[in-house]
Design a protein around this ligand. Structure first.
Ligand code: FES
Length: 110
């Protein structure tokens, strides 16, 4: 089963966007990053403390838009794997979600 999140053009490249979705009857906060034509999705939950990652609505990336940055203690994560490469949870990972692109729509596979 899949949930339509948005149009591919709704997220700048590079850019990010948050969503609230129902997964297994639970409301969950997730976000999608668009980078170099590809889309990646993770739960909006820092492995350090469980805090939300964004520093402003839909702003999950660092200033260079090269990495995902946690707003609370500045941990940095790679966009494609979600691995924390700097900060208090280095070596940990964001929890990924599976996306598919169908036409011009971004779908979350649940
Ligand atoms: S809560 Fe994300 S780095 Fe501390």
């Amino acid at each position: 089963m899949s949930i339509i999140l948005c149009k591919t053009s709704d997220i700048e490249d590079p850019g990010s966007k948050s969503f609230e979705v129902k997964i297994k009857r639970k409301t969950r906060d997730i976000f999608v990053v668009h980078k170099d034509g590809e889309f990646f999705a993770y739960y909006n939950r820092c492995p350090h403390t469980g805090a939300s990652l964004e520093w402003q609505q839909d702003q999950f990336l660092d200033l260079d838009k090269a990495l995902i940055q946690c707003a609370t203690h500045d941990a940095l994560f790679t966009i494609d794997s979600g691995e924390c490469i700097a900060g208090p949870c280095a070596g940990d990972h964001l929890t990924p979600l599976q996306l598919s692109i169908q036409g011009d729509e971004v779908h979350l596979e649940v």
